[in-house]
Write a protein that binds this ligand. Structure first.
Ligand code: SAH
Ligand code: SF4
Ligand code: F3S
Length: 471
């Protein structure tokens, strides 16, 4: 048994990590043939991509996938810790599974992902959820086959959570959700320690994959006919800093662009590490999509300082305008937190004025959520929750206004769309434009997911656009 420990998770040592090639243990291969699994994923793209590895590992054990948890022999929750409601959702699901397990005694239930890294969650599971069969952390994912096998064979709760990142595991099997767009991890973990955020504790220190491993994965995707790749990391801009002296995110983006895949995206970019070289590369290569996610969190320099974001309102705006000026037609999206401890109405007004200046194409807005163990958790927080909710409403009205205004500017133009599927309405397809906007459109010609088509925009809505494929 390994239990999570925040003290350890907080430390960052500079010992070099090893690159380990994952080896599948053939003894357990297909051992559970005939059994089924249901995997529920919460959280960010990193978790979604981890789930693609988890599914492949479960299939390796012989499990096959079902679409309803009621039909499964094994249910696994890949959880997220970012805000309290992510927690509540996972515990709500555990409640439903408890009932199911009363009827279905053999049901195996497991929990993994970021919540598994939290000491308080694991304590609760040990105390109140003794019926949960296994828990493993984000640094132990590669041990899934042996942990599940042991939980079943020994019929005893398994808790295996390494507090610290270990080695960097390459070659995990992967079952991609799509055959035309793919996630590729380039850097794990986060060293930024923004004072509100739990990710540096749940995902460990920043570890870049070797450029050769990233490029080999992209090459395989190109050979397999993939059209879009999204380079993933909590802060992709820090790529390479931990292992190379002279190879950066700008270099990696350029090398990936040269491989000729139709579309390249990357997420998330912390404004701190966004270099001029990166901007130049994005502007230079047409297959790097003109779409940047640039979380601002707050428009008040005072709050940004308390958040530990390492930039001011002014330096953020300078970067924002530099990207807008140098990358033609670029769309910029953001994340914003309202109600950070001590945020005054004046601070909030600064966020509103920044939003009016930036006129974002998309924004994910949140009310501050206290995460146990983070520094912001200990700050005095006199503002009432209702007031914070009200600020969120006011902010949403402003951001939504600009989504619509920006979308309206596209009416009459032609945009390239990567087809994702057929929408509910007959003869209607949907997909995303180069600037990452959701487009619903009709087409006389039959299309398939993964096709790239030009679409003429007819109508703008707040969160999507309607159009028709150009013959
Ligand atoms: N690495 C990314 C963010 C990942 S988390 C970055 O730095 O940009 C995604 C978003 O969740 C953050 O940008 C932030 O807006 C929000 N978030 C993180 N912790 C939060 C908390 N404690 N309460 C509310 N929102 C939070
Ligand atoms: Fe969290 Fe900040 Fe790291 Fe993003 S950069 S994951 S917000 S600590
Ligand atoms: Fe959530 Fe973990 Fe991602 S906390 S947002 S799943 S890194």
């Amino acid at each position: 048994m390994h239990l999570p420990n925040y003290k350890e998770a907080r430390t960052r040592d500079l010992r070099p990590y090893k690159r380990i090639e994952f080896k599948e243990d053939s003894e357990v291969k297909d051992k559970y043939k005939g059994k089924t699994f249901y995997l529920k994923t919460y959280g960010c793209q990193m978790n979604e991509h981890d789930s693609e590895n988890i599914e492949a590992l479960l299939m390796f054990l012989g499990f096959s996938k079902v679409e309803r948890y009621e039909d499964a022999d094994l249910v696994l929750l890949n959880t997220c810790s970012i805000r309290e409601n992510a927690h509540n959702k996972a515990f709500g699901m555990l409640g439903r599974l408890k009932h199911l397990k009363q009827e279905k005694k053999d049901l195996i239930v497991g929990l993994c992902g970021c919540m598994a890294q939290e000491a308080s969650v694991v304590e609760k599971i040990l105390r109140d959820y003794k019926w949960v069969n296994f828990v493993f952390g984000t640094h132990n994912m590669y041990q899934l086959p042996e942990i599940i096998d042991k939980a079943i064979e020994e019929n005893k709760q398994q808790i295996e959570v390494f507090s610290r990142e270990g080695d960097l595991i390459e070659g995990l099997p992967v079952l991609r959700v799509n055959d035309y767009k793919a996630y590729v991890n380039i850097i794990y973990g986060c060293n930024k320690f923004c004072t509100y955020c739990i990710v540096p504790y749940t995902r460990g220190r920043e570890r870049s994959r070797l450029k050769e491993d990233v490029l080999a994965e992209v090459k395989k995707l190109v050979d397999d006919g993939f059209k879009e790749v999204t380079l993933l990391g909590q802060n992709v801009n820090a790529y390479g800093k931990d292992i190379y002296d002279d190879y950066t995110m700008a270099n990696l983006l350029e090398d990936v662009a040269k491989m000729g895949i139709a579309r390249i995206r990357f997420t998330t970019s912390h404004p701190w590490d966004f270099t001029d070289e990166m901007i130049d590369v994005i502007a230079k290569y047409p297959n790097i999509m003109p779409s940047v996610h640039l979380p601002v969190q707050s428009g008040s320099s005072r709050i940004l300082k308390l958040m530990g974001r390492r930039y001011t309102r002014e330096s953020y705006l300078e970067l924002f305008h530099k990207i807008k000026d140098r990358v033609p037609g670029v769309s910029i999206s953001t994340d914003i937190i309202v109600g950070f401890p001590g945020e005054t109405e004046e601070d909030f007004q600064e966020t509103l004025s920044l939003v009016r200046e930036c006129q974002y194409d998309n924004a994910f807005t949140f009310v501050f959520s206290k995460r146990e163990g983070t520094p912001a958790c200990r700050l005095a927080d006199p503002v009432l929750q209702e007031e914070k909710e009200e600020r969120l409403q006011r902010l949403n009205e402003v951001v939504n206004h600009y989504f619509l205004e920006n979308n309206k500017k596209l009416v009459g133009s032609e945009v390239e769309v990567l087809v994702e599927g057929i929408s509910d309405k007959k003869h209607m397809y949907y997909g995303y434009s180069d600037t990452n906007k959701l487009i619903n459109f009709s087409s006389k010609k039959e299309l398939a997911p993964g096709d790239l088509v030009m679409v003429k925009i007819i109508e703008a809505k707040t969160w999507s656009l309607d159009g028709e494929a150009v013959e």
